[in-house]
Design a protein around this ligand. Structure first.
Ligand code: HEM
Length: 88
């Protein structure tokens, strides 16, 4: 997937709550690897991120109707890459 597109999608749609890989609504549920391993349904993998983006969870809205499939794949790849490389 396209990490440049993913970063753009992230900045336009996700950074409102997840600036810098943080979580301004549920503070412990960051986008860092350790938090994803602990809290993300399905564990730390790109498909699990896609699932949460498409469906939302609790206070996080669903994006399936607001982003294209290629945008969802790209933003999930960006989040996974940032977390994997400890880049946040
Ligand atoms: C959790 C990604 C937009 C609020 C998460 C998690 C991911 C994620 C991967 C799991 C984090 C964890 O469990 O440690 C994204 C992406 C977004 C996006 C890629 C853009 C497409 C937003 C927005 C908000 C938001 C705009 C606020 C309105 C939350 C909340 C959680 C969460 C509250 C915790 C959900 C829970 O487990 O109760 N997000 N997010 N997210 N996100 Fe987002």
């Amino acid at each position: 997937a396209d990490l440049v597109l993913g970063e753009e999608v992230f900045n336009n749609n996700c950074a409102a709550c997840h600036m810098g890989g943080n979580n301004s609504v549920q503070n412990e549920k960051t986008l860092r690897k350790s938090a994803l391993e602990q809290y993300l349904a399905g564990g730390f993998n790109q498909d699990a991120i896609v699932y949460q983006v498409e469906n939302g969870k609790n206070a996080m809205p669903a994006w399936a109707d607001r982003l294209d499939e290629d945008e969802i794949q790209a933003v999930a790849a960006f989040v996974f890459s940032q977390a994997s490389g400890d880049l946040w």
